[in-house]
Design a protein around this ligand. Structure first.
Ligand code: 8YV
Length: 314
C-alpha cells in the first residue's frame, strides 16, 4: 500500500505526477472544509509536502498523528511551525542550492528594471507615447553604485557575485559576519541603508527579521534609493514602504514578495517607480524541476529508511 501524504499546496504537474505515482496524495487546497479534511481524509498522512509560502502550521502538524516528515518545496521555513515539528521529532527538508542562481538573477533583474524603468519603457512604446511625445524621461544608472545586502546567505552571496560584474560596491548586514568574504560588514542596518543606493533583502523571514526594514531604514535609503526584496514580505513594514514611496522619501522598489500574498496593497499597484513580481524568483522550469526532484528524493529516502538528502537546517 502506498504511504499517504498531505499536500498543502499544488506543485508543478511533473512533480504532482511523480508524487501521485509513489503516494496516496491528499490535496488540502481542494478541501472545502480543511479541519474536517484533516480529521478524516488526511488523518493517516505520514508526510506533509508543502512550499515556502504556505509552510505547515502547528494546527496541521497536530492534526496528523502518523506524521513522520515535512518536505518543503522551497528554502524558507518561516511558515513551518518548527518548534512543534521538533517537539514531535519530525524532520524537515528543504530545497537549498538549486534555487540560488534563479533567485539571485531575479534580484538583479528587479534592480535593473526598477532603476532603468524597463516596465515603464515597455508601456511607453506600446502606448505610442514614444511616437507621440518623444523621448521618455531619463532613468538612473545602476553600474558602479553602492549596494547593501540584508542577509548574506546563499542567495545574498550569489547576488553579490553578480553585482561585482556591474562594478558595484557591495556591503552587507547579517546575523553573523562572514570573515571569509571580502565584502564590508555593517552591523547597523540604518547605517547600511544610509550609505547604500540599493538595499537588497535576501534574509530569512520569521519573527526575528519581522519589519527589520522599517520607516527609518526606508527613509535612510532615501529619495533616490531603491529597495529590492526577494526574501519575505514580512521583513519589510509594508505600510511604511507604501508611505515612503508615495511621499517620495524612497525612490523605488522591486518586489517579488509581499506581506499578505497573493494580495498586494492597492497603493503599490498605482506607483510606476515600483516593479512587482508574483513571488516567482524560483519560478523557472529548470529550478522548480530541480526543487521537485529534491522533494521527491527526500521523501523516497525517508520511506526507504535512508538518510535525508537535504534536512533542515542545512
Ligand atoms: C518558492 C520560496 O516560490 O524557497 C522559498 O522559500 O519562497 C520560493 O522558492 C516556493 O517555495 C514555491 O512555491
Amino acid at each position: 500500500m502506498k504511504p499517504e501524504i498531505l499536500m498543502i499546496a499544488r506543485a508543478m504537474p511533473s512533480v504532482m505526477e511523480a508524487l501521485e505515482a509513489a503516494y496516496t496524495v491528499h490535496r488540502l487546497w481542494e478541501a472545502p472544509n480543511r479541519t474536517e479534511f484533516l480529521a478524516t481524509v488526511a488523518k493517516n498522512a505520514r508526510a506533509i509536502c508543502t512550499n515556502g509560502g504556505v509552510g505547515a502550521s502547528g494546527e496541521i502538524i497536530d492534526a496528523l498523528p502518523q506524521l513522520e516528515i515535512i518536505a518543503c518545496y522551497g528554502v524558507g521555513v518561516d511558515a513551518i511551525d518548527l518548534p512543534r515539528a521538533k517537539q514531535r521529532g519530525i524532520p524537515v527538508t528543504t530545497t537549498p542550492d538549486v534555487l540560488t542562481a534563479d533567485v539571485a538573477d531575479l534580484a538583479v533583474a528587479l534592480m535593473l528594471t526598477t532603476t532603468r524603468r524597463v516596465v515603464r519603457g515597455d508601456t511607453y512604446v506600446r502606448s505610442l507615447e514614444w511616437a507621440n511625445l518623444g523621448e521618455m524621461p531619463l532613468t538612473r544608472t545602476m553600474s558602479g553604485k553602492k549596494v547593501g545586502i540584508v542577509g548574506l546567505g546563499r542567495v545574498g552571496q550569489a547576488v553579490a557575485k553578480r553585482l561585482s560584474a556591474f562594478d558595484m560596491q557591495v556591503s552587507y548586514t547579517s546575523r553573523s559576519t562572514k570573515p571569509e568574504l571580502s565584502y564590508p560588514f555593517v552591523a547597523d542596518l540604518l547605517e547600511l541603508a544610509t550609505s547604500s543606493d540599493f538595499l537588497v533583502i535576501t534574509a530569512a523571514g520569521g519573527s526575528s527579521s519581522r519589519h527589520l526594514v522599517n520607516q527609518a531604514v526606508l527613509e535612510a535609503l532615501g529619495p533616490q534609493g531603491i529597495l529590492v526584496n526577494v526574501a519575505r514580505g514580512s521583513v519589510v513594514d509594508e505600510v511604511a514602504l507604501v508611505a515612503a514611496l508615495e511621499s517620495g522619501k524612497l525612490g523605488g522598489a522591486g518586489l517579488d514578495v509581499f506581506a499578505n500574498e497573493p494580495h498586494v496593497p492597492a497603493a503599490l499597484l498605482k506607483l510606476d517607480q515600483v516593479v512587482l513580481m508574483p513571488h516567482h524568483a524560483s519560478g523557472t522550469l529548470e529550478t522548480r524541476t530541480a526543487m521537485g526532484d529534491l522533494v521527491i528524493a527526500n521523501l523516497a529516502a525517508h520511506f526507504a529508511g535512508q538518510p535525508l538528502i537535504t534536512p533542515y537546517p542545512n
